[in-house]
Design a protein around this ligand. Structure first.
Ligand SMILES: [Zn+2]
Length: 231
């Protein structure tokens, strides 16, 4: 797609007497309608205000300059040089001529010497702030998941009366045994401290099978017939 032919004032230069004039610059937009981009088609209809040379559409590159334009090469400029004998330095003249050439032939390059004197027309570069994403409510929850699992429930201090799962051979006698939770070799069990008897801790936290006696000296469960059954 062709480059838009919209012409604008760019850099402010001065004659040796201090009077300003501007270099021109070609719009970098893509010509969508005829020779102009969407923006310039819009700007074309805005009446030219000679007091505000910058940011205003000043015709198309290669075409005649507006009467009251103060761009290099404009009727006003030529009058100042030819009639009023305004002078311009070689450097400024070269800059203005180059800008006119660049505009005419089109360029996708950024304007030259832009960094030296930023044109007031150019919008100030927006400060790019790092995007701070609002913390999602998920984050703290995730954190919670990362924390170590809560310590096992404190062992009940008050003995719980449980029913022994061991079935007496002769009679279906319900035996009440006070037990507490105890950890032996990393495994939680129900423990009858009175008789050092160990019972299985079932998944539903109820007392399971009789496992044996806890030998505190050996720190292990030793096989021992359930005395309560032997009654
Ligand atoms: Zn344009």
């Amino acid at each position: 797609m062709a480059q838009c032919k919209g012409r604008y004032a760019d850099k402010e230069l001065t004659f040796t007497n201090g009077r300003e004039f501007y270099t021109e610059i070609r719009c970098l937009g893509k010509a969508l309608t005829g020779d102009l981009c969407k923006k310039c088609v819009k700007n074309e209809h805005i009446p030219f205000n000679p007091r505000l040379q910058l940011d205003q559409f000043q015709g198309k590159v290669g075409e005649e300059y507006f009467k009251k334009s103060v761009l290099y090469g404009s009727p006003w400029y030529l009058k100042k040089v030819e009639r009023d004998n305004y002078e311009v330095s070689q450097e400024n003249l070269a800059t203005a001529k180059q800008a006119q050439r660049d505009a005419l032939y089109g360029t996708q390059m950024p304007r030259k010497k832009k960094e030296e004197a930023p044109a007031p027309a150019a919008p100030a570069p927006k400060e790019v702030k790092p995007e701070v994403k609002p913390k999602k409510p998920r984050a703290p929850r995730k954190k919670k998941e990362e924390t170590p699992p809560p310590p096992p429930a404190p062992e009940p201090t008050a003995p719980i009366a449980v029913e022994s799962a061991e079935e007496p051979l002769e009679a279906l006698e319900v035996i009440k045994i006070p037990v507490t939770l105890k950890t032996i070799h990393g495994k939680q069990v129900w423990y009858d401290s009175k008789k050092s008897k160990v019972y299985e801790l079932k998944k539903d936290k109820t007392v399971g099978q009789y496992l044996g006696r806890f030998d505190s000296a050996e720190d292990k469960i030793v096989d021992f017939p359930d005395s309560d059954v032997d009654v």
